[in-house]
Write a protein that binds this ligand. Structure first.
Ligand SMILES: Cc1cc2nc3c(=O)[nH]c(=O)nc-3n(C[C@H](O)[C@H](O)[C@H](O)COP(=O)(O)OP(=O)(O)OC[C@H]3O[C@@H](n4cnc5c(N)ncnc54)[C@H](O)[C@@H]3O)c2cc1C
Length: 386
């Protein structure tokens, strides 16, 4: 690991442990995520501490994925850490995508404020299951876009759009006659209407997850991201690093949950000895250590593949399944080790459990990744026979 990444990661860890964690008791945290006032306050502190957007260097270049992994893991030690440091989803993935695909003008207008941490963004792809829209299968997308003079006109419905409430930048996916397209839009816009913010199991993302009606949204032609019909190609560019960065951040939170559970098991006594000395408890914590170590190695391996310039589609599928399932086992065992305290809001372990449960769904449910890996296995087998 490079010296620069180790230094950045160490600074981020000190900031999260000393400055961010005390905010976990702040009553501006709610069921639909922390309030924007809290996010702004934390970002001001991160800016002052020199740890805002730490994975993007002053010249606009990114740390490598392997370097990013150790930095984002530290920011994830608190569910508020990624928000404070501007390493949170969906902004982190959106910044990555804009860095790769946006034009120079689009970067100045939409990317720079995101990197500066002064605004938030949202990514509009999923659609309501009731309408038969895009979900696990993005090709089912029903939102349409058609050219009208110098503008594209977009109509459709979207669901589970993280952070749409309160975002200033939207990346909206829709289908033209050429295929999928992506658009950059300024938010709020009267044509993008929040039908509701959905109550979900997780609560770490500001603005929550919204159901949205898009009614005759007019977007100037120069706000199309890339070319018409190439939207799914750009989604692929975003997907592998974005799903891996979720693994990095949640590894941080699972590590913290393990620290808390270990503290509990060492301090708390039952039947004449500390809980940790009961094999049932000690083994759970030992299994956690194994899962955490395997998750870290899996992330590092996949990050190394992405650093070669590969899209890493199969590797990021493997990493996403392995890491999300391992971290969920870790969080579940931490809850169990801590008894009633584990399911209470008295520690962050309960939130870790909820957040990591949701992570097994978004950025591709485990079954979809296994299914696409099985298709690859079949393809490779056939190719080997030919
Ligand atoms: C907390 C959260 C935040 C989100 N944020 C965003 C966002 O910001 N922007 C956005 O566009 N979307 C977002 N999503 C949506 C997310 O990407 C979708 O929920 C996900 O792609 C699954 O789609 P779906 O919910 O329609 O499930 P469905 O497509 O209805 O699938 C349901 C289940 O069917 C099974 N399944 C599906 N396909 C297969 C298969 N091939 N083989 C075996 N089993 C299969 C899986 O178990 C899957 O969980 C978010 C979701 C959540 C929960």
């Amino acid at each position: 690991m490079t010296e620069r990444a180790q230094q950045i990661a160490a600074r981020v860890e000190v900031f999260v442990r000393e400055t961010v964690i005390p905010y976990e008791a702040d009553d501006r945290r709610g069921g639909h995520g922390p309030a924007d006032a809290l996010v702004r306050e934390l970002r001001d502190k991160a800016r002052a501490a020199g740890v805002l957007t730490p994975h993007i260097l002053p010249d606009g270049s990114h740390l490598t994925q392997r370097e990013t992994a150790i930095v984002l893991r530290r920011s994830g030690l608190s569910p508020l850490g990624p928000l404070a440091c501007n390493t949170a989803a969906p902004d982190e993935g959106n910044m990555y995508l804009l860095g790769k695909v946006a034009s120079a003008e689009q970067k100045v207008r939409f990317l720079d404020p995101l990197v500066a941490g002064t605004v938030r963004s949202a990514f509009f792809m999923t659609e309501p299951a009731e309408d038969g829209g895009a979900g696990s299968d993005p090709s089912m997308m029903q939102t349409t876009c058609r050219l009208d003079g110098n503008h594209w006109v977009i109509n459709g419905r979207k669901k589970f759009i993280t952070g749409a409430e309160g975002a200033s930048v939207g990346i909206v996916m829709a289908k033209s006659d050429d295929g999928a397209c992506m658009f950059l839009v300024d938010l709020p816009d009267p044509a993008i209407r929040t039908a509701r913010v959905i109550d979900t199991i997780d609560s770490s993302m500001p603005g929550g997850h919204a159901e949205i009606d898009i009614v005759d949204l007019r977007v100037p032609a120069d706000q199309m991201l890339g070319a018409s019909g190439e939207g799914f190609k750009y989604a692929q560019i975003r997907l592998s690093p974005a799903r891996l960065s979720h693994c990095m951040r949640w590894l941080g939170l699972a590590t913290r949950a393990q620290e808390i559970a270990c503290g509990y098991a060492n301090r708390r006594h039952a039947f004449g000895k500390p809980l940790i000395d009961h094999e049932g408890v000690g083994f759970m914590l030992a299994d956690n250590l194994i899962d955490l170590q395997q998750a870290e190695l899996m992330i590092d391996w996949c990050a190394g593949v992405l650093d070669t310039g590969s899209l890493g589609t199969a590797e990021s599928s493997m990493a996403k399944v392995a890491v999300s399932e391992a971290l969920f086992r870790v969080a579940d065992r931490c809850v169990q080790v801590m008894g009633g305290t584990g399911v209470s809001g008295d520690t962050i372990v309960e939130q870790a459990f909820r957040e990591i449960r949701a992570f097994r769904i978004y950025d591709g449910p485990s079954e979809v990744h296994r299914w696409s890996l099985a298709k690859k296995i079949k393809r490779d087998w056939k190719a080997a026979q030919a």
